[in-house]
Design a protein around this ligand. Structure first.
Ligand SMILES: [Ca+2]
Ligand SMILES: [Ca+2]
Length: 203
């Protein structure tokens, strides 16, 4: 029987770059009532997208972070080590913040995009991005206000699964203009500047 949890920070993200977006949530109760007998601290959860349902995954790691209780609050996504896999920063009550390095063993491909507006506002918040790879079209919006008490790294990260060939990227900028970019290699991060023709390889 699983214990009830109270969720705070939550993120939708493709932790293994399979192309299916998963769910992550940090938990912890609001008050440390004596009668609650230890449920003030609760473990975080990862729910894996199985197509028609989500399944809780028991995450094993040396730190035992995922199998022990915390009073979790904010959860933000960042790829701090630039390996294409989404890492997490979490804050807690009564405990130092945590930086969790994603050590998932995965050969799936990915593409990361940073947008810079010129005619649109510089952060390009509100842009819609389409990535076409091997006949599959993925969509993402560049938004702000990403979660409880936090903001994600401002990058759009696409898990491509086994699709290594990116055909094109279409940006629908906030001011209504649309633009098409080509010439991408998967497993890299690019910067796309509104009005410029070529994508800029960052890493
Ligand atoms: Ca996934
Ligand atoms: Ca990473």
């Amino acid at each position: 029987m699983s214990l009830p949890v109270l969720g705070f920070g939550a993120q939708a993200g493709d932790y293994d770059n399979s192309g299916s977006i998963d769910l992550l949530v940090t938990n912890g109760h609001v008050d440390d009532y004596l009668q609650m007998q230890g449920t003030f601290q609760q473990p975080p959860q990862l729910f894996v997208n199985q197509g028609d349902h989500f399944e809780a995954l028991s995450v094993q790691d040396e730190s035992r972070y995922w199998s022990t209780g915390h009073v979790g609050r904010a959860m933000a996504k960042v790829d701090f080590n630039r390996d294409g896999q989404m890492d997490l920063i979490l804050t807690h009550l009564g405990e130092r913040s945590a930086l969790l390095q994603n050590q998932t063993s995965s050969d799936y491909h990915w593409l990361q995009l940073e947008l810079v507006g010129t005619e649109s506002e510089r952060d390009a918040v509100g842009a819609r991005v389409e990535v076409l790879s091997e006949g599959v079209r993925d969509n993402e919006w560049l938004v702000t206000g990403d979660g409880y008490l936090c903001r994600n790294e401002q990058v759009l990260s696409f898990g491509l699964g086994n699709r290594a060939n990116v055909t094109e990227v279409r940006i629908h900028w906030p001011n209504g203009n649309s633009q098409r970019f080509v010439g991408f290699l998967s497993d890299h991060r690019y910067q796309l500047i509104e009005g410029q023709v070529e994508p800029h390889l960052l890493w």
